[in-house]
Design a protein around this ligand. Structure first.
Ligand code: 2YH
Length: 267
């Protein structure tokens, strides 16, 4: 997944209320409801304490990233804070202050560590699952439906598997055809499309796990597009197209609920 941009991140906190309204309209449930559905569980979130640790390694902190993650967690009803210290020192601060969940991200991974379970949820996995669940909510069911998956990278591979588990037929297109073919070789429910533009114009349900925008002029009027990757430009698309997108909140909310229920069965 590409590194988040500062301007996207800073919008997150301001737009949580409107995201809830948009999701309710598009998929019939708000952010918390989507996270519960994706995790398959409805844990009590009040009383769970979460800490977000800024990470300076690699390309460094993204201004507003930790605050925005924390705002999403508070919005879900958790007690949330950003640690004063960064990196390992911040992790130590989070553990010693009794946090239940610890969120931290470098340039490659974004995890939510459940301290008592000794296990974590991962942003790639949770983002893929959350956006598949959102697509299913918008459609009613993915059973027997054909979904065009754009991008066979880390998110795309998890999304394909989750869509297959819901009974969908997945058609995958990637500008790197070898990636699409590798995914097609893994699952019987995945077929490869080489004609990406034609596939977009033919398919009603689209999951965009690529880093490119879906060409808006190609999409069908009745399309539903679930797009964790890139914001979908609606400017040239038919006004009836339904697009599910946000830069951070859906993945983070699914991570939070998934992490909160880790280890529960074994207790
Ligand atoms: O945006 C990212 C990476 N693309 C990983 C996302 C995984 N899906 N990381 C955020 C980096 C945050 C930074 N280290 C900070 O502010 O703490």
């Amino acid at each position: 997944m590409p590194r988040l941009k500062e301007e996207d991140v800073n919008e997150v906190r301001r737009s949580l209320e409107s995201l809830d309204l948009r999701l309710s309209d598009l998929i019939g449930t708000d952010l918390r409801g989507l996270a519960f559905r994706t995790a398959g569980s409805r844990p009590a979130l009040a009383g769970i304490s979460a800490a977000v640790v800024p990470v300076t390694s690699g390309k460094g902190t993204i201004s507003g990233f930790s605050d925005s993650v924390s705002a999403v967690l508070s919005h879900l009803g958790m007690d949330s804070l950003v640690t004063a210290a960064t990196d390992v020192d911040g992790f130590s601060e989070a553990v010693s202050s009794g946090s239940d969940l610890i969120f931290m991200a470098d340039d490659r991974r974004f995890l939510a560590y459940n301290v008592s379970a000794g296990a974590y949820s991962d942003n790639v996995d949770c983002t893929a699952r959350g956006y598949v669940e959102a697509l299913e909510c918008a459609e009613g069911s993915l059973g027997g439906r054909t979904v065009l998956l754009l991008g066979a990278g880390r998110v795309g591979r998890v999304a394909a598997e989750f869509m297959g588990s819901k009974g969908a037929f997945v058609q995958v297109a990637d500008i790197d055809i070898s990636k699409a073919e590798a995914l097609g070789g893994l699952h019987r429910f995945v077929t490869v499309r080489q004609d990406m533009e034609r596939a977009i114009s033919e398919t009603r349900l689209i999951f965009n796990a690529s880093t490119a925008e879906v060409p808006a002029d190609l999409v069908r009027e009745d399309a539903i597009i679930s797009t964790p990757g890139e914001r979908f430009s609606t400017a040239d698309a038919p006004v009836t197209v339904r697009a599910i997108h946000d830069p951070l909140a859906i993945g983070t909310a699914v991570m939070a609920v998934t992490s909160a229920v880790l280890g529960r069965d074994s207790r």
